[in-house]
Write a protein that binds this ligand. Structure first.
Ligand SMILES: [Zn+2]
Length: 328
């Protein structure tokens, strides 16, 4: 009798803590939760997060706060989450150690820098032409790339709540992307490429490139990562995701594979690709109008959730993408 009572009580406690974790996970993926992250990073007070500025440092501190609340740990050999590249230039890095394969690493990344204001933007001709400026001088970079940062923060919280990863998961917010992928180049020179089994980088996931709103992966021909992700999604829920939820890169002539932080990793043979949802010809691209109110948060939510599901085998050690061959 006692035993049964005890067992019943224990199972009630286990069920309710499982439900608590589940409801926390559901909350993470809510479009409103994602919007709150983007609104901070893309606010006017961040002045477009130009690399090396005080505002960029404030953005880094915001990401650090999220990483530390999620329980991420700094990389081995680093006293905190900041990876200093040079004066006031920082990548932000946090990790969840793998349970049985700690030396096998999966990276989720996104750049948090943008082009700043009229005073700093290195590509002034690209911004402000399509949409009247109305006195605005700040390139808020909501889609490019507060949207991607919202993905890595959300995934950091998600995998922290699950805590069942066999491989180490590393979350990286890069600086210096707009100046030539400088943060990711620095990072990759300081790690052993053989230990990194996959990089999923997020860039511009806040606006659709076509009506039906699926994300696409850059450089799909160079590894089988897309097949791994789509197979997982299809097995998880065929009705919702179909067979090929993640699209092939619809803009091969734009060379997007080479234009984000996945590329320095790919050059080392690491299967490293970028998830995108927006056309490089989007009217807000590198434009003053790239503000938080112009994004589709249901879309971002859908994409982050899909990657959380699709990457299940990568983090539990059962899926390993093929390496990338020599890149000219
Ligand atoms: Zn950009």
């Amino acid at each position: 009798m006692k035993l049964i009572k005890g067992a019943t009580l224990l199972s009630i406690i286990l069920v309710s803590s499982h439900l608590q974790a589940q409801s926390k996970i559901d909350l993470l993926f809510k479009p409103d939760s994602i919007r709150k992250i983007v609104e901070v990073l893309a606010s006017d007070s961040m002045k477009g997060r130009f690399t090396g500025t005080a505002e960029s440092y404030r953005a880094a501190q915001f990401i650090i706060d999220k990483f530390s609340r999620a329980g991420l740990k700094p990389l081995a050999g680093y006293p905190d989450y900041l990876m200093r590249i040079k004066d006031a230039w920082y990548n932000v890095v946090g990790a969840i150690q793998g349970k049985s394969k700690p030396h096998e690493v999966i990276i989720f990344s996104a750049h948090y820098d943008h082009v700043g204001t009229d005073a700093t933007n290195p590509y002034p001709m690209a911004g402000g032409l399509a949409i009247p400026r109305k006195g605005d001088t700040i390139f808020n970079g909501a889609n490019d790339n507060a949207s991607g940062v919202s993905a890595i923060i959300t995934l950091a919280k998600y995998f922290s709540l699950k805590r069942d990863n066999e491989r180490t998961i590393c979350f990286v917010a890069f600086t210096g992307e707009e100046l030539g992928e400088l943060g990711s180049k620095y990072f990759v020179e300081r790690c052993n490429p053989d230990s990194i089994l996959a990089v999923i980088n997020f860039d511009m996931i806040g606006r659709k490139y076509n009506n039906y709103g699926h994300p696409y992966l850059t450089g799909v021909d160079s590894s089988n990562l897309i097949d791994i992700l789509n197979k997982r999604l299809s097995e998880f829920n065929r009705n919702e995701y179909g067979r090929n939820f993640i699209d092939l890169d619809p803009f091969p002539r734009e060379h997007l594979f080479e234009r984000s932080d996945n590329y320095p990793f790919a050059q080392k043979g690491i299967p490293a690709h970028t998830i995108m949802a927006t056309s490089p010809k989007d009217i807000y691209y590198h434009n003053l109008g790239d503000e938080a109110k112009a994004l589709d948060y249901a879309l971002i939510s859908k994409i982050i959730k899909a990657i959380a599901i699709g990457a299940e085998g990568l983090v539990n050690g059962t899926d390993t993408p093929t390496r990338i061959g020599r890149i000219k």
